[in-house]
Write a protein that binds this ligand. Structure first.
Ligand code: AMP
Ligand code: ZN
Length: 664
């Protein structure tokens, strides 16, 4: 094989594996093998730029930066859909269309995926353009970003037409969304509000490698083109599937409206089990000839109808708006409601998010408001019942000073949230930082909980986390709900935390954007707090996975005299501010590049020890088995489903002894 053939064959192979993994969800090789092949292709492409291909699987990781998204007209307009909310609405619609077409009308029922709509153009089987819906006539060219979404084929298979558009919805599945939010909260950032907005925001990020990191998915539902070889909507779904697109199986051909309603009723209940958000069903006339006869109104096709699921909704009275101050000083307005039952739970409070939201809703204390529980976990206020408004009420004035410490609030340009800048003196910020310091993933102090921290701060016993190490039993005993025993335990727990390794202490310091993973990376790289303290921004950026934002935050943390003083004190009290000599001696690179899943119960070492051994020797730990896993270390009682999964993916299953052998 010559180089060009080699490159082409690797591309084909990788494409197939991508398809198996992201579209079919049934990978046939391990991620390790996949990564090796990808690396091989990357090397070949680098050495032979003459064989460049804009749709090579190596481009999935992104890298292209878009400064301004170009506006592009849609070849076929992207219409809206008319909405219906009841059986009667659907019956009226059926009557209207039956008058306009010849013959019997059948329907395709699909779920209405709630994400960002996208139009993809394929030419000769290759993805040419990806354009957002925009105003329906023209949208933004987001091709570079969309190419990083692994379930969107860059090359088609089978008997695809030479030129066509396909439409779909880019969604962020719940699991990936929750994971992104956990990471954000850990970094002291505001969580994203819902998957839909996050998905559509992702498409407009300038750096496509950031998009590549987000677990986006794309579900397709409609083909547009000249003289396409299809006669019905249902057939077009099947065809698209054959060409390599991800078309959800939850679509049905309905012979009549009764069958449509069966579909609607089934999914109204079962949609809650789907991995992504849906907000209804789209019913489409199945026959494309009939679709053409029916045509369009000014806004939407006559041949389609969205049936919206009812989000559960109630009305209640807003008693008062209060304001919470978070650990980072962010202010969140909270609606305190007259308690009301909604979707099986009693709702008393709802977040109002920020000043803009309050203004947008024009919400006032005493208003009757509508509260809804949709796909999101937290109920939200969707509007005010203006017919019930007291005409003498005044519009809400957002606070200008911190409700806890009286400091004037600030709002940085481009940010929605107000902040209290008084980090050192604002009680909830002081308490929040100490609570973070003692939390399970940081210092994990036994005998001390979040409420006790508040008690200690409010009684003037501590003001920062270093103060914990000066606490005396006799100071604690007189406090509310405290006794000799609990005070003893607390002091013991605090004492024991001096053994917590450096990386967790570093995480506990609460430096903005330094989460668990980043703390590990920094600890491993710099080894001591002093080395880290003296690192410049330029230097920090060279560390794997450390970006500008993190680097800036680290530098500004150490630049503060207060933090420096606190760190000196921690050092004097004996808290671990460097990687221990013993640990350094035990660290190797033996397992570099390998990912492990640990399952079951072990005899020679504990689960946690085993995990530590893996990391100390350069390995990575993952919680679930995927094609990315290299080894499963299996103890007693490993679950049978894990075993089957490992076997089907060809992941090596090794025993505790095998593992210890590996690193000895
Ligand atoms: P609307 O924006 O409420 O007018 O609804 C129309 C939008 O629904 C379309 O632009 C699509 O983005 C979206 N949609 C989601 N699922 C489907 C589907 N199965 N068929 C057609 N449109 C869908
Ligand atoms: Zn404050």
């Amino acid at each position: 094989m010559n180089i060009e053939q080699q490159i082409k064959s690797l591309r084909n192979e990788l494409r197939e594996h991508n398809y198996n993994y992201y579209v079919l969800d049934t990978p046939t090789i391990s991620d390790f093998e996949f990564d090796q092949k990808l690396k091989q292709l990357q090397d070949l492409e680098k050495a032979h730029p003459e064989f460049y291909d804009a749709n090579s699987p190596t481009l999935r990781v992104g890298g292209e930066i878009t400064k301004n998204f170009e506006t592009i007209p849609h070849t076929y307009r992207m219409y809206s859909l008319d909405n219906s909310y009841s059986k009667e609405d659907l019956e009226d619609w059926e009557k209207r269309i039956e008058k306009m077409v010849d013959g019997k009308v059948e329907f395709t029922c699909e779920l209405k995926y709630d994400g960002a709509s996208i139009s993809l153009t394929y030419e000769n089987g290759k993805l040419k353009k990806a354009v957002t819906r925009g105003d329906g006539f023209q949208g933004d060219d987001v091709t570079a970003n969309v190419k990083t979404i692994r379930s969107i084929p860059l090359h088609l298979k089978g008997d695809f037409p030479s030129l066509f558009d396909i439409r779909g919805e880019i969604v962020l599945p719940f699991e990936g969304f929750a994971k992104m939010n956990t990471e954000r909260v850990e970094l002291g950032e505001e969580p994203y509000r819902n998957p839909r907005n996050t998905a559509s925001g992702s498409l407009k990020l300038q750096d496509s490698s950031e998009v590549a990191k987000r677990p986006l998915d794309c579900l397709l539902y409609s083909l547009k083109g000249e003289r396409l070889p299809i006669k019905t909507q249902f057939e077009s779904l099947e065809k698209a599937r054959q060409w390599g697109f991800k078309v959800p199986e939850a679509a049905r051909l309905a012979k009549n409206l009764d069958e449509v309603l069966e579909f609607v009723n089934y999914w109204d209940v079962h949609r809650h089990k789907l991995p992504y958000e849906t907000d209804g069903v789209v019913v489409k006339v199945n026959n494309l000839q009939q679709q053409e006869e029916l045509g369009y109104t000014a806004k939407s096709p006559r041949w389609a109808m969205a049936y919206k699921f009812k989000a559960e909704q109630v009305s209640t009275v807003l008693n008062q708006i209060t304001y919470q101050v978070g650990r980072t000083g962010a202010i969140t307005p909270v609606a305190n409601l007259v308690p009301v039952e909604l979707a099986g739970t009693i709702v008393k409070r709802a977040s109002l998010h920020n000043a803009d939201q309050i203004e947008k809703l024009d919400i006032r204390e005493g208003d009757t408001v509508f509260v809804e529980k949709g796909g999101e976990i937290i109920p939200k206020i969707i509007g005010v019942d203006f017919t019930q408004r007291d005409p003498s009420s005044n519009s809400t004035k957002y606070i200008t000073e911190c409700p806890e410490c009286g400091t004037p609030l600030v709002r940085n340009e481009g940010e929605a949230q107000h902040y209290c800048p008084n980090a050192e003196g604002c009680p909830p910020q002081i308490i929040g930082r100490i609570q973070h310091f003692i939390s399970r993933k940081a210092m994990d102090i036994e005998g001390l909980g979040g409420e006790t921290v508040a008690l200690l701060v409010n009684n003037g016993l501590i003001n920062n986390y270093a103060d914990l190490y000066l606490l005396k039993e006799e100071q604690i005993i007189p406090l509310e709900r405290m006794a000799q025993k609990s005070a003893e335990n607390m002091i013991k727990g605090i004492e024991a935390s001096k053994e917590i390794p450096f990386e967790r202490v570093l995480f506990g310091l609460g430096i903005r954007y330094v989460g668990e993973t980043v703390a590990k990376k920094l600890a491993k790289h710099y080894k001591t707090i002093d080395a880290l303290k003296h690192a410049s921004e330029e230097e920090l950026i060279t560390v794997d996975e450390i970006g500008e934002r993190i680097a800036q935050s680290v530098v500004s943390f150490f630049a503060s005299e207060e933090s420096s003083a606190i760190i000196e004190r921690l050092k004097n009290y004996g808290v671990q501010l460097e990687i221990s000599a013993e640990k350094l001696a035990n660290q190797t690179n033996t397992l570099n590049g390998n990912t492990f899943v640990v399952s079951g119960v072990f005899t020679k070492v504990s689960r946690d020890e085993l995990k530590k051994l893996i990391e100390d020797n350069g390995g990575k730990i993952s919680s679930s088995i995927s094609a990315k896993t290299n080894y499963v270390v299996a103890g007693d009682n490993m679950g049978p489903s894990k075993k089957t999964k490992a076997e089907s993916l060809g992941v090596a299953i090794i025993s505790e002894d095998d593992f210890l052998q590996m690193i000895s």
